[in-house]
Design a protein around this ligand. Sequence first.
Ligand SMILES: CC(=O)CC(=O)C(=O)O
Ligand SMILES: [Mg+2]
Length: 221
Amino acid sequence: MSVSKNLQNFTQWGRKIVAVGRNYRDHCAELGNPIPKSPLLFMKPPSSYLIEEAGPILIPRGCNDIHHEVELGVVIGSKCQDVSEKEVLNHVAGYALTLDMTARDFQNEAKAKGNPWAMAKCFDTALPVSRFIALNEIPDPGNVELWCKVNGEERQRGTTSDMIFSISHLISYISKYFTLDEGDLVLTGTPAGVGPVKEGDVLSCGITDLIEMNFNVKRKL
Ligand SMILES: CC(=O)CC(=O)C(=O)O
Ligand SMILES: [Mg+2]
């Protein structure tokens, strides 16, 4: 797919962000969650994007347990509606390295009450994101090593080959229920090792041999 120069600024488009949860067995196990039979989906708003130069990750007011979740993001290049798994890669413009920051205490409370996860997943700065990564930089999205460190100490290392549902399956599945548009981002779930960060920490993550990003963590005043 040829990518318009403009799409390299996908975070400024204000497009949808669809996130997949529980897509790695080891992560399901660490939080005691069942293995899903079909993709578990939720949304994050474009106002949650945080690019590296823009400042720190802000722990939301009242949150005492914010977790890092490193994930591969997929940038949609053209409208996806009822797209078959075989066709999906024709609609992918590129990728991004992301952190699905999660207020775990808010999420646990919401889960216990059967409420939605918006407070846990949608706060400002809940989606630190890298530059646009072109298709040729990730020749095989099904075999990408992701890592995450807190103050230099490794917390997460996993590979997209361990996803329960592949990128093709996820995007085809989503497109059967709602349309994905150019500039939308799909977060593909996190491997094991999620855990807390606190004010003053430095959170780093990367794709091995390709990209690294670093964020300071502060509490929102
Ligand atoms: C338990 C979660 O927060 C689900 C999620 O986002 C994931 O990546 O898994
Ligand atoms: Mg996640």
